[in-house]
Ligand binder design. Structure first.
Ligand code: UD1
Ligand code: CA
Length: 450
């Protein structure tokens, strides 16, 4: 039985008090809506449908292109939102899974359990419930004396007695498609002037059907986001979940509450992540590394046995046995090959530092390649920008750059060359030659080391 998922995301989200639509607020480094999209896609094996309001264009830019969008013009409630998808979805599948975009922590496994239950169910729908003492403003599940589900009552309309019910409506429903599309138009208008999807339960019961249910096990999954306080609560729960997964996979995290690991990150075993570290985007870290504390890494690939101490790293590649920091800044296109050492207050952009290069203190390297085992003295700067364009610097192997050297690009320094402290190098330097001064001039040829 095929199942399509329909995610409702057209609500106003007024309680967020924000210019940004609620479902685009970031959670775990990606828009909140992406969590529902990914879980729904995993559970059904197909791209889900998303019901959106007038913010359609904003949403379109933030989600994958294969997601089908459905417009809801007047926001007349969750039942009305589903009605908007009737035309598109009617003949596509035998089952329809409906979920709300503000429940980002529901897992694909939980969604699958609801679908599975409905596959075996002779009745028209299965709902997901949770039993907890924290009512969260959710609708309550009404049952008769024999325990069968009779309906869902919204908190706003519940009697005092109904308010004490501990079984809640999570907001996940799997319908027989034929029954859903045939009965939606019978939804009554609620006292609030909305069409509540929850009233489908009562419709089914009135027709003499049994409503099936499954219960969610992990309470963290049902954190719904209606305001920014809930968003922080969801963030903390997500972080606990993600970090637990990494710890159980062999990664040490010394202070889970301050470590933020995005959904597209990979980490090898025996790596340690120290406090206040943010791993974002498509980042891969190898084995036996130590990362942090106080480090941000984004869209970067890091090999084995690396140490990243109090640094900011973006769109970079670090091969095995590299160590950087404290206070290193790697920017787009920084490629540190095997065994590079980069100490404090260095910045590297669009440059390749060859194996074993050492750059200990206060340097800027941009648009440069540096050959194997060269040494970049304290305070070296590649002057790569002439006010109009970026120019390249090429430094050979076994080069020794003296402290506070300015390399005015475009420029090339041959293998085994050296510069004196404080040189301003404006002309290319031949292999095995020492230059010094301002502007730097050749002093003598150097003996060749092997
Ligand atoms: C809803 C349920 C409630 C459940 C709770 C769990 C209804 C009537 N109530 O209440 O039983 O316990 O979720 O999270 O369904 N939306 C639209 N169009 C609309 C209105 C809402 O797309 O016209 C979307 C919203 O963007 C949101 C979702 O539907 O993602 C749920 O709407 P919301 O207003 O948050 O419902 P709750 O009051 O939380
Ligand atoms: Ca809600």
């Amino acid at each position: 039985m095929n199942c399509d998922a329909l995610i409702l995301a057209a609500g106003l989200g007024t309680r967020m008090k924000s210019k940004t639509p609620k479902v685009l607020h970031p959670l775990g480094g990606i828009p909140m809506l992406m969590w529902s999209i990914d879980a729904a896609r995993q559970a059904t094996g197909r791209p889900p449908y998303v019901v959106v309001g007038p913010e359609r264009s904003l949403l379109e830019d933030s989600i994958p292109k294969d997601i089908h969008l459905v417009n809801q013009i007047d926001r007349l409630g969750t039942g009305d939102a589903v009605m908007q998808a009737a035309q598109e979805l009617q003949d596509k599948s035998q089952l329809v899974l409906v979920l709300y975009a503000d429940m980002p922590l529901l897992t694909a496994g939980t969604l699958r359990a609801v679908i599975k239950m409905q596959r075996r169910n002779a009745g028209p729908l299965t709902i997901l419930t949770a039993t907890t003492s924290q009512p969260r403003g959710f609708g309550r599940i009404l049952r008769n004396e024999s325990g069968a589900i009779e309906g869902i009552i919204e908190e706003a309309h519940a009697s005092e007695e109904q308010m004490t019910i501990k079984e809640l409506n999570v907001g996940i429903y799997c319908f027989s498609a034929e029954w859903l599309w045939g009965h939606l138009s019978q939804l009554p208008l609620s006292p609030k002037g909305e069409y509540y999807l929850t009233d489908m339960v009562q419709l089914a019961v009135e027709e003499g059907n049994q409503v099936a249910w499954t219960e969610v096990e992990d309470e963290d999954e049902i954190i719904g986001v209606n305001n920014r306080h809930h968003l922080a609560e969801a963030q903390a729960a997500l972080q606990r979940r993600v970090n637990r997964k990494w710890m159980l996979s062999g990664v040490s995290i010394t202070d889970s509450a301050s470590v933020y690991i995005g959904p597209h990150v990979n980490i090898g075993i025996d790596t340690t992540i120290l406090p206040n570290t943010h791993l974002q985007g498509a980042t891969t870290i190898g084995e036996d590394c130590v990362v942090g504390p106080n480090t941000i890494i984004r869209d970067t690939t890091i090999g084995d046995r690396c140490e990243i101490l109090m640094s900011v790293v973006r769109e970079a590649i670090l091969e095995d046995d590299v160590d950087i920091g404290p206070f290193a800044h790697l920017r787009r296109g920084a490629h540190l090959q095997r065994g590079v050492h980069m100490g404090n207050f260095g910045e590297v952009k669009e440059s390749v530092l060859g194996p074993g290069v050492k750059m200990g203190h206060f340097s800027y390297i941009g648009d440069t390649t540096i050959g194997e085992n060269s040494n970049i003295g304290a305070g070296t700067v590649t002057c790569n920008y002439d006010g109009k364009k970026k120019n390249k610097t090429i430094i050979g192997e076994q080069v020794f750059i003296g402290s506070a050297t300015m390399l005015v690009a475009p420029i090339q320094l041959g293998d085994g060359s050296r510069t004196g402290a404080g040189s301003v190098v404006t002309r290319d330097v031949a292999d095995h030659t020492l230059v010094a001064g301002v502007p730097a001039r050749a002093i003598r040829k150097l003996e060749q080391r092997d």
